[in-house]
Design a binder for this molecule. Structure first.
Ligand code: GDP
Length: 482
């Protein structure tokens, strides 16, 4: 309360201390402008801020272009196992999948790097540099182009994968050492949705102890594996210091890490000011469809999905019902709906409905949809830029309705700190019952979560081990932090 307005502005601009001054503003406008469009009630802990500063120092000390990096890369090139451990250890993330997935996987890898005192480097060939600014000062998080391993060839069956090394008895996680007596210079961690039993032992305490001093960990994942880190005993104390409010992991880390590049940010803020800013309330509706009737009708039109969207928004009183206007209630209120979808049909139908009829309380409802790309094109730069812009626009709304299963929606809700209404996945082209429900928290869901008790060595329900890791609302076998 005794904080002056300018100190408050400074605090907001730096997202409560997540960010530091000193980056060039013009080359990445979104970094210091984000707070203007995103208020947050969630306060990062002083310890998280301290650890971020320490991580920045580590990234700078060990990052590309340093002596430490060349030494570490040289060890990979020569394929030599090393006995002496240097101060610099690395997590290198191979990036793939859609934009939402990428944000979740980068955040997971970053938290893992933070917990294990490793430098995070990311794949440079997946337009990451085109869509996000550098998050760390005075260094780059992009892996240099002369990185010695052809990591593009790593798959589930690569002999270098941790799962395969365990299975083939090259190493033995329980004994904290490789059978040859020395640790390999790198381990490939296959943590994609299709992974197997041995790959998933990554989430076990003993295996973490083994991986501790392997200089390079190369991770391929398309998931938000953070909830599993909360179940590993040796990380629990640190995690509760970093995140006294457990359900803010993605919220704080995504705000820290992701700053859309100028072109994207310009289109986001321009669209926001032109169509959304003036409304009394902004309702975001993220429509992602996973069922298809043959290849040509991937995104419908599916009348049952339109019905689901309208029932959810009207039953939950997020949008007004159509009907005879009670004149007294109409106070020239306007609601802007931001619809995002690969298809234009749903937004068009909602727009038609509200422009052809009056609402019971006299509210005017306007529907906007920035793009309709028709189908997913993960390798297309313009397409990815549009997708990221829409994730950020969704995160600027007041109320969010998302499609279950979709990481696109998770990213938006987490950036915003909005607890969404989740539309459940429909089966057999029928409207599900209930149509939607309020999420338990703003955290993303970890889809292909493990279900193994590492200590007693048998399958178990990991959604029942601690009160703050539960099964997701939309993916019954998934895990999320609440
Ligand atoms: P998920 O597949 O729903 O979990 O989300 P991802 O973001 O990982 O992958 C979906 C990809 O499809 C996105 O990255 C976009 O390329 C595209 N996409 C899906 N929904 C939308 C949308 O509403 N708008 C735009 N522009 N692209 C979308």
């Amino acid at each position: 309360d005794d904080i002056s307005p300018s100190a408050q502005n400074e605090y907001d601009r730096l997202l409560g201390g997540l960010l530091i001054e000193g980056f060039d503003e013009r080359s990445c406008r979104s970094r210091y402008q984000f707070a203007r469009y995103h208020k947050s009630e969630r306060i990062p802990s002083p310890y998280l801020i301290e650890r971020l500063r320490r991580q920045e120092a580590l990234q700078k000390k060990c990052g590309p272009g340093t002596k430490a990096y060349s030494t570490a890369a040289e060890q990979l090139r020569s394929g030599q196992s090393i006995n002496s451990t240097t101060d610099c250890k690395y997590v290198f993330l191979i990036i793939h999948a859609g934009l939402g997935n990428r944000m979740l996987e980068i955040t997971s890898a970053f938290l893992y790097a933070l917990l294990t005192d490793r430098v995070l480097l990311v794949d440079r060939y997946k337009e990451i540099g085109d869509i996000f600014c550098e998050p760390f000062p005075g260094t780059s998080w992009l892996i240099p182009s002369d990185f010695p391993l052809s990591y593009g060839e790593f798959t589930m069956s690569s002999p270098e994968s941790y799962g395969n090394m365990l299975q083939n008895n090259v190493i033995n996680g329980n004994m904290y050492r490789s059978l040859a007596g020395v640790k390999p210079p790198y381990v490939y961690l296959h943590l994609d949705g299709n992974y197997g039993f041995h790959d998933k032992l990554f989430y076990c305490e003993d295996d973490q102890q083994f991986l501790k001093d392997v200089p390079w960990l190369i991770i391929r994942t398309d998931m938000y594996f953070v909830p599993a880190l909360f179940l590993i005993p040796s990380y629990q104390e640190e995690l509760s210091k970093l995140f006294p409010e457990k359900d803010t992991v993605f919220h704080h880390l995504a705000r820290y890490l992701f700053h859309p590049t100028n072109n994207i940010w310009y289109s986001v803020t321009k669209y926001y000011r032109a169509y959304l800013a003036k409304a009394d309330k902004i309702v975001g509706i993220q429509i992602r469809i996973y069922e298809h009737k043959g290849i040509l009708q991937r995104n419908g039109p599916f009348p049952h999905i339109l019905e689901q969207i309208l029932s959810c928004s009207q039953n939950e009183k997020l949008l007004p019902e159509i009907g005879v206007t009670d004149e007294a209630a109409g106070k020239n209120r306007t609601i802007a709906v931001l619809a995002t979808s690969l298809s234009s049909w749903y937004g068009d139908e909602i727009r038609k409905k509200y422009s052809e009829h009056q609402t019971v309380d006299g509210t005017t409802v306007k529907v906007y949809q920035p793009s309709h790309e028709e189908y997913q094109k993960s390798r297309n730069r313009k397409h990815n830029m549009k997708a990221l812009a829409e994730i950020y626009l969704l995160s600027m709304t007041d109320v969010l309705i998302t499609s279950g299963f979709s990481t696109f929606g998770y990213a938006a809700q987490g950036l915003a700190s909005l607890t969404p209404w989740i539309m459940y996945r429909s089966k057999n082209h029928a409207v599900p019952d209930p149509v939607c429900g309020r999420a338990m928290s703003i955290e993303p869901c970890f889809h292909q979560a493990p279900f193994y008790d590492c200590k007693v060595k048998r399958d178990t329900d990991l959604g029942k081990v601690v009160p703050y890791v539960r099964h997701c609302e939309d993916v019954s076998w998934g895990l999320k932090i609440v």
